[in-house]
Structures are given as structure tokens and as C-alpha cells.
Write a protein of this length. Structure first.
Length: 102
């Protein structure tokens, strides 16, 4: 069995996933909006009123942030509440700080 040589550390791969997820101004806006409300969750409709993009586009950005674990959602039909996933938020902060503080 041939194993592929791994060139990147697990932390480098995680950092790249987080960086890719926040590499759009709308996603930065979403994270900023949720970070301002870190002790409570926000409905996607609240964000839609604050950012000039279609709700379907907002939904796609939320999906990408949720996929990497930076946010989490709770479905209460017909509404979805989102908030920062504090565990992954802290991990992303730690990894990016490690890179920039050298």
C-alpha cells in the first residue's frame, strides 16, 4: 500500500480552511455581526436587513461558514438562528494569531 506524503501540518490545513471561509466581505460582515452579538443568536432575517445581498446569497455564505464550523445554526421553523461557534472561533483566532505574531 502506497501512502501519500503529507506536506502540510494539520494546523496549516485548518488555518487554510478558516481563511478560505472568511475570504469574502459578506462572510466577514456576517462574522462581525454575530461577534457583536456573541452572547445571543441572531436570525438570518436580521442580517438580511443589514447587508445589501439577496437572502439566497446570504444563505449560501452562512452555509459556508457553518461548514467550517465558525458558526452554528438552530432551526425553529420557519426561522433559523445563527451564532458564533465559540470552540472553532477560538481555534481560528489562535491559529491565525500564531501565524501573524511571528
Amino acid at each position: 500500500m502506497i501512502t501519500e506524503k503529507k506536506y502540510y501540518t494539520e494546523n496549516q490545513e485548518k488555518m487554510a480552511r478558516y481563511a478560505k471561509a472568511i475570504a469574502h466581505p459578506a462572510r466577514v460582515f456576517i462574522l462581525d455581526f454575530l461577534a457583536d452579538n456573541i452572547d445571543k443568536c441572531c436570525y438570518s432575517g436580521d442580517m438580511a436587513e443589514e447587508i445589501p445581498i439577496a437572502r439566497s446569497t446570504l444563505s449560501e455564505h452562512l452555509k459556508e461558514l457553518k461548514k467550517v464550523g465558525l458558526i452554528q445554526g438552530e432551526i425553529n421553523p420557519p426561522y433559523i438562528k445563527y451564532c458564533i461557534n465559540k470552540e472553532h472561533w477560538e481555534e481560528a483566532r489562535r491559529l491565525l494569531n500564531f501565524l501573524f505574531e511571528r
